[in-house]
Each structure stands twice: as C-alpha cells, then as structure tokens.
Ligand binder design. Structure first.
Ligand SMILES: [Zn+2]
Length: 194
C-alpha cells in the first residue's frame, strides 16, 4: 500500500514536470518565429540568460539588442520639411527590441512609422518605436511591460523601407514634445556600441 502511494506521487510529479515544460517549449518556438533572421538573436538570449542587450541600467534598458550603432541626428532635415525628432539605431532586421522603461504598450501603425508602438510610463513619459518588422508574441495594446521586456523586432517598415533597417526611437517627457533621445540611448546602451 505504501509503495502504491509513492508510485502515484511520483506519477503526479512527472505529470507536473511535463505540464511545466510544455509552455516553455511553446514560448521558445513562438519567439523564434517572426523571421528567419531572428534565430541567431534568440539563441543568444537563451544561451546567456540575459535580455541580449546591456540589460537594465537603473530602471531603464537599452531599447534594442546588439550589435547596433547610432549617431546624434536630432533636428536633421527630413522629407516634407520635417526635422528628425528621434534617434535612428541601426541593426539587422529581426534584432530584438526591448521596453526602455516599465509602462503600458499601445500598438500603432502609420505611413511614416510603419509597424510601431508607444510605451507610456506610470509617470506619463512616452517612448515611440517605429519601423518594426513585427511585435513580440503576446504584446498588444494595454500590455504591461517591465524595463528590458521583449516588445518587438527591428525592421524597416513605413518610410524606412528604402533604408537599412533601424529603430526610430523617440522620447517624450511627460507625454509632451519630443526631446533629443540620443543621450537617453547612449546612457542605456553604453558598452553596446563598439
Ligand atoms: Zn528616424
């Protein structure tokens, strides 16, 4: 009788193990799916167990994985008499994009921005991500994210379709006008650019 109880308990543990493992396998398969080029970045994520970027710095994280590069092009002329209101962070298509800060996601799309999203912090600061190849699985309008959470993948949608893939990233303190985001990116991504 005692042996039987042990055997049943072992069976439950096995079943529990299978139940726990199954969602992990599904998640891993989903993360790697948006494009063939994502595979390498996803492998790096799994291998070192970090977010792939430099990781959160204080309460912020670099909005894009490595390798990437950017320069300060704030205010540079753009089509239609516009000036550049962001920083263009260049990286391969499919490189993961991360929440810069904790907040709430809103998915958008437009002719200029292509597949894009906003993250609004609890204090009302807003961060704009444009030209994505796609969103991370499970991320939708209203999703709560923490700094460093995967939100999407780098691309060149919208008016970036004829340019090398890059993340156009904007910072709007208090939800107001954009400010030069280059120092924000430089601080959060330090060490990420060779
Ligand atoms: Zn830009």
């Amino acid at each position: 009788m005692k042996l039987l109880v042990v055997a049943v308990a072992a069976g439950l543990v096995m079943a529990g193990g299978v139940l726990l493992l199954a969602p992990v396998a599904i998640l891993a398969a989903t993360v790697a799916s948006p494009s063939g080029e994502v595979g390498e970045a996803s492998g790096a994520l799994a291998a070192d167990g970090t977010a792939g970027g430099p990781g959160p710095v204080g309460d912020v994280a670099c909005p894009i994985g490595r390798p990437h590069h950017f320069t300060d092009t704030w205010g540079a002329p753009r089509s239609g008499g516009r000036t550049h209101k962001g920083v263009d962070i260049f990286a391969d298509t499919g490189v993961p994009l991360y929440a810069y800060r904790a907040g709430t996601v809103r998915l958008t799309s437009s002719r200029l921005g292509g597949i894009s999203l906003w993250i609004t912090s609890e204090g009302g600061d807003r961060y704009y991500y444009a030209h994505l190849a796609g969103y991370a699985p499970g991320v939708r309008t209203g999703s709560r994210v923490e700094a460093g959470d995967l939100v999407g993948f780098n691309g060149n949608t919208g008016n970036a379709r004829a340019t090398p893939p890059h993340l156009h990233w904007e910072v709007h303190p208090g939800g107001g006008p954009a400010v030069n985001p280059t120092p924000y990116a430089a601080a959060a991504c330090r060490g990420a650019t060779p």
